[in-house]
Design a protein around this ligand. Structure first.
Ligand code: IMP
Ligand code: MG
Length: 421
């Protein structure tokens, strides 16, 4: 993801999986999500890699992912209901930190506190992602492997719960969680999931040796990266391509092609600076059109996504930080009806040009985008199947994005179906 998430990664991963034997998640958790229509049934994938939809493909949840066992069971069952066999093809790293109900409580209580104290919400998905990563970094997290050892699990949980209950009943003004029901429920989930626990790094090595093509599926996007994003309006993991190695247990030189997914315009869900943002409330306005035609509503939280024109300065920064080999532009068709399409090329800051995207959000909040206006094509592109099918103005738009971002465009999508990439 080269933007703020929701670039359409799921669709592209699904399509590319035609050529893969394994799909790997390496960061994030079930804060991610995309809707897929499988065997005529609409379902959302959040934690399980998208490749699972193809019956000969294995799914790997790498050590960099935070795993909520209750959610994982739910997601497996959702897929089983559609008739997909998941348990024999899914491998979950034993090193994944667990998300427990206490993390969800802390996440939500903190957001409520930020809001009531006027310091401004992050706008998290409320899934406990941040608090679970905090425990990982603080070296006190319960990990998937602990589920196999009830005694050890209970001891670690007791200490962790004590710590968080203190915060919950103290400054977070929320309720404490009881130890025993939490222990019993989590261990029961662990028993169910245990056959899928694996040393994912080693398994990937074996698959690679056996000649498998492996696809690493990022979640969220570069602007939400804990280090490179619009801190503190970010998620709590590294979303950049480089983390595919550390978050799955493979060497960086084994990542052969880095494909950046970019929407033909920009969206963002949650708080944080967004220079090219457009007002969305007026029917007939550009923002309203992007939101409604693009169906810009969050998969996980159902929130309306903020919308705006493409920010090519942000995209260029993303291309550099991720070391993109190529770009896939998604949802080009959403721009089909516009007479003119502005692209943010860089910014103005206090009246002076500012070519690079500032990394300090206080500065980023003060910039105004400078636009280059390109002619629209005003023709449907949804039927295009090759580059030559696109109107010349659409090709000119893509050429310009390629120039501005510095990354070659490899794929373009003009709809949600597999044949529309
Ligand atoms: P968290 O990951 O739930 O802590 O949320 C932190 C920020 O990341 C919020 O602004 C969320 O809206 C955003 N976020 C997290 N996951 C996604 C995603 O998959 N797509 C888009 N935004 C996301
Ligand atoms: Mg999404």
């Amino acid at each position: 993801g080269t933007q703020g998430g929701d670039e359409g990664k799921g669709e592209v991963v699904d399509w590319l999986t035609d050529h893969a034997q394994g799909v790997v998640r390496f960061q994030g958790g079930h804060n991610a999500g995309h809707t897929l229509v499988i065997k005529g049934v609409k379902t959302a994938l959040q934690l399980i890699p998208s490749g699972i939809v193809r019956e000969r493909v294995a799914g790997y949840v790498g050590n960099g992912v935070v795993v909520d066992p209750a959610h994982l069971v739910l997601e497996i069952e959702r897929l089983e209901k559609i008739g997909l066999d998941v348990r024999s093809r899914l491998f979950v790293s034993e090193a994944c930190p667990l998300i427990l109900p206490l993390h969800v409580e802390v996440d939500r209580a903190r957001e409520a506190l930020r809001e009531s104290s006027g310091s401004g919400k992050i706008g998290t998905t409320g899934k406990g992602i941040g608090p679970a990563y905090e425990d990982k970094v603080a070296r006190r997290a319960l990990r998937v492997q602990d589920l196999k050892h009830p005694q050890r699990f209970a001891e670690k949980l007791r200490a962790l719960l004590e710590l968080h209950n203190e915060a919950l009943t103290g400054h977070l003004r929320a309720k404490a969680l009881a130890f025993e029901p939490l222990r019993d429920a989590t261990l029961a989930l662990g028993e169910q999931l245990a056959p899928m626990f694996a040393d994912v790094g080693y398994r990937l090595h074996q698959a690679h040796q056996a000649g498998a093509n492996l696809l690493f599926e990022g979640a969220q996007g570069t602007l939400l990266d804990i280090d490179h994003g619009t801190y503190p309006y970010v998620t709590s993991s590294n979303c950049v391509a480089g983390n595919a190695a550390a978050g799955a247990g493979v060497g960086p030189d084994q990542l052969h092609y880095i494909l950046g997914i970019t929407k033909a315009y920009t969206t963002r869900v949650g708080g944080g600076p967004f220079p090219t943002e457009l007002p969305m409330d007026q029917p007939g306005s550009v923002g309203h059109h992007l939101s409604s035609v693009g169906q810009e509503r969050g998969t996980v939280t159902g929130r309306a996504r903020r919308c705006g024109w493409l920010d090519a300065a942000a995209l260029k920064r993303s291309a550099i930080i991720n070391g993109l080999s190529g770009l896939c532009i998604t949802k080009l068709d959403v721009l089909d009806t516009f007479a003119e399409i502005p692209v943010g090329t860089d910014y103005a800051l206090d009246g002076d040009p500012c070519q690079e995207m500032p990394s300090d959000i206080r500065t980023l909040e003060r910039v105004t985008p400078r636009y280059e206006v390109l002619p629209g094509w005003r023709k449907p592109t949804t039927g295009a199947r090759k580059l030559a099918d696109l109107p010349p103005e659409a090709r000119a738009y893509l050429d310009r994005l390629q120039d501005l971002s510095g990354a070659p465009i490899r794929f373009v999508s003009v709809g949600t179906r597999r044949d529309q990439i």
